[in-house]
Design a protein around this ligand. Structure first.
Ligand SMILES: Nc1ncnc2c1ncn2[C@@H]1O[C@H](COP(=O)(O)OP(=O)(O)OP(=O)(O)O)[C@@H](O)[C@H]1O
Length: 228
């Protein structure tokens, strides 16, 4: 699903965010990316979401070399990903229903399919009863659950989450990790960048530890040297 080969990312100010990173994440995996502040976690997420491009090396997601993606192809690529952010990024003037529906509207889903799908997906995250509510009337955990519903509504093969529980208390964080786990069990590949080591340690998933832009540990063997 994701292959990085010798990926280096240097920002225009000279900051080396990633240095020669090689890793492979298979379809259906659940992977945590952990490391101290400034280690390069968000940079990995931004490269996968094609917000940034590698300075050097190859990054292939779902069989596409992201450096070769044409500008007009980028929106289509992004729409196939489910992206979850620390700050939820819900549209404040739209209801829960409308926020999730919007993700389907932009990919031109027929209205009758949207109407059927939204209650299903809100049921999955336990928020069917809040369909008509505005984001400002929801707790942080509920807002993150809406953002999870939005991320999965178009059945993406890959979900990437950058610090999805950064603004949440421990109990609510568990709820979000449990949902991400459920989503993964239904076949979606999930990549989560996080500081939340106490949760990571309990979840027994693959953990890629990075520090100063380099992988310092990967609980799986043989991640280096994959063919692209
Ligand atoms: N747009 C940017 N311009 C310049 N430098 C950047 C940019 N984004 C990130 N960096 C630098 O790249 C390095 C890695 O940053 P990144 O945000 O990936 O770390 P992180 O592990 O996600 O940190 P945190 O846990 O604090 O979010 C840091 O040194 C950071 O200052």
């Amino acid at each position: 699903m994701v292959k990085m080969l010798g990926v280096t990312k240097v920002f225009p100010n000279g900051a080396v965010a990633l240095s020669n990173v090689t890793l492979k994440i298979d379809k259906g995996e659940f992977v945590f990316i952990v490391g101290p502040s400034g280690a390069g976690k968000s940079t990995i997420i931004k490269l996968i979401s094609r917000e940034e491009l590698p300075t050097k090396g190859y990054l292939v997601v779902g069989g596409r070399d992201l450096s070769r993606l044409r500008r007009r192809e980028v929106p289509f690529y992004r729409r196939k990903l489910g992206v979850v952010f620390q700050d939820f990024r819900l549209l404040p003037n739209k209801t829960v229903y409308e926020n999730v529906a919007f993700a389907m509207e932009v990919v031109e889903t027929p209205p009758r399919i949207i109407k059927k799908r939204i209650p299903e997906v809100l049921q999955l995250v336990g928020l069917r009863h809040k369909m008509g509510v505005m984001p400002s009337e929801l707790s942080g955990g509920e807002q993150q659950r809406v953002s999870l519903a939005r991320a999965i509504v178009n059945n993406p093969e890959l979900i990437i989450a950058d610090e999805p529980t950064g603004n949440l208390d421990p109990e609510t964080s568990w709820e979000i990790f449990r949902l991400l786990n459920e989503i993964n069990r239904s076949g979606t590949t999930v990549i989560v960048a996080t500081h939340a080591s106490s949760f990571v340690n309990k979840m027994r998933k693959r953990v890629i530890s990075i520090d100063r832009g380099m992988i310092i540990r990967d609980q799986e063997k043989g991640v280096y040297g994959y063919e692209i």
